[in-house]
Design a protein around this ligand. Sequence first.
Ligand code: HEM
Length: 164
Amino acid sequence: MTTSSERYGAVAMILHWIMALGILFMLGLGLVMVHGSLDPGIMYRLFQLHKSIGITLLAVALLRVVWRFLHHPPAFPASMSLGEIRLAKLGHALLYMELFFMPLSGWALVSSSVFAIPTVLYGIVPWPDLPFLSISQTGSRSKMLLPCCMPMALMPSLQWWVCI
Ligand code: HEM
């Protein structure tokens, strides 16, 4: 099934912009909500909102990958060399990994947190911890997150290096 040989289809573009704007919003929200001077009630609500949107973006990322597999992207310009095409594909693969790594590392963080604050998406849907990290089953494993988060932190610089 193809979208178009020259342009991405409407669904792919909509999913792209939901993810792009969603991640930008989440970066801002994440930085604001950890500000220690906030009123605890407001901070709690911002954390819940952050978790709700983050899990929603995880679902959108899944949808996006499924869509990508079912619809061929536009062909690379004929002027690109094989090496450039390989690097572009590697850049795309790294970006896809990031789409999953950001929400998954957040989910892993709350799952292993000693505070064990429940996640309720949009104040309605109770959301479970990741079972293999949940402290109710395993005790705190926060230290496991460090090796998980390091590749995430390195990814943008790797991408920058790959893409220039
Ligand atoms: C696209 C997805 C996400 C982005 C871009 C994002 C971004 C951020 C940022 C920028 C911070 C502030 C880090 C700091 O300055 O300490 C943060 C913190 C946090 N995020 Fe996310 N996040 C995402 C998804 C999630 C999800 C899905 C969850 C949980 C279900 C989550 C839970 C948290 C928690 C608990 C903190 C506070 C960490 C602390 O107290 O040090 N995040 N996030």
